[in-house]
Design a protein. Structure first.
Length: 126
């Protein structure tokens, strides 16, 4: 299982990569592995404001449909349009090509509530 350093992780198996005031969000390698083959991802439209812990979409896999929960609050500034035509990118590259949304962070202090890679690995028993 891949769990890159330099990202922040939530208990709901989402990750966030922060660059300036923008947080890129996706699901972890562990989560995509548990879901199995991803067949559909529903994401919000740009401009939508999302609160920390709020569902921002759904991910549908062969095994299950799951909610996606935002690890931070902010305004959606971009969605990964590639996932509409190729949702399997989430399985193939969860931290790069399979990212889901980019948010303009409302409160960067919320990042302190998230886990570093080592703590996330411990949580999932790696």
């Amino acid at each position: 299982m891949d769990t890159p350093d330099g990202l922040k992780y939530s208990k709901d198996h989402e990750w966030v990569r922060v660059e300036g005031d923008i947080g890129t969000i996706g699901i972890t390698d562990f989560a995509q592995g548990e879901l199995g083959d991803v067949v559909y991802v529903e994401l919000p439209e740009a401009g939508k404001t999302i609160s920390k812990g709020e569902s921002f979409g759904t991910i549908e896999a062969v095994k299950a449909v799951s909610e996606l929960y935002s690890p931070v609050s902010g305004e959606v500034v971009e969605i990964n349009d590639k996932l509409e035509g190729d949702p399997a990118l989430v399985n193939q590259s969860p931290y790069d090509d399979g990212w889901m949304v980019k948010l303009k962070l409302a409160d960067p202090g919320e990042l302190s509530d998230l886990m570093e890679a080592a703590a996330y690995k411990e949580m999932v028993g790696e």
